[in-house]
Design a protein around this ligand. Sequence first.
Ligand code: SAM
Length: 279
Amino acid sequence: MSGMLYLVPTPIGNLGDISQRCRATLESADFIAAEDTRVTLKLLNHLGIKKSLVSYYEHNKAFKGDQIVERILNGETCALVSDAGSPAISDPGEDLVKQCAAAGIVVCAVPGPCAAITALSISGQSTGRFCFEGFLSTAKKSRRSHLESLKKETRTMIFYEAPHKLLSTLEDLAEAFGEDRGISLCRELTKLHEEVVRTTLGEAVQKYAENPPKGEFVLVVAGAPEEIPEVATESDAAARVAQLMSEGLSRKDAVKQTAKELSLPKNVVYDAALALDEA
Ligand code: SAM
């Protein structure tokens, strides 16, 4: 009988955030797959857990994934952890989950710390609809097309960024979305120097150009304002009918087409065209 894959989130700064269930899952797993075994060893020492560790990260995941799947199919249970936060979210794990799912292995995610959700909840931005955008690419072309695709995004957007790239990312965001767009910079979450700066993109650029950023950041950017469609008036409808008739359409067809184009009821368009004729 095959084992299981557990995704185990780990603290993003405060060790007190490890849950009882995460601890129990790490204790009961046959082995732990870790992004960086040295980082995970420190956590396991803190928790007093001794367990066999294998490394699973970006540059070995292709062949390590196969080995892990093989072990699980042979009956072992694996707990996957990343350096901090939720595995598979801008961290190794996505491919392993896909591989396990394809092999018919049960995957169980233990809920827990995630920098994106922690930031969103305290950002003060709208939380009803949001999208997670991860890290922007460092390659200019794909970075530009990523930002271009978000220009009309009305949902709150969440980005991860490293401190040394923060300023240039803020400059690119300000260029794409405008200097007045709201942003919450959520820094060092769950740590001693936790801070949320709620400001605009323009002011954020100025602030961090003067004081180089330190620590880890999640950027929570307000969505674009909803575009309110213009409501067509009766005189718009009458003018359009007249134009279409002058182009050769019958009154009936002109009314039908105008009603469709302006999303107005046909009888409203007909009456408006008649009133114009009479005037
Ligand atoms: N999988 C992790 C998660 O979802 O929590 C994220 C891993 S990703 C490689 C690391 C990025 O998460 C950092 O560059 C930063 O943007 C964000 N991050 C992680 N811990 C943070 C913290 N304590 N405060 C603010 N941002 C944090």
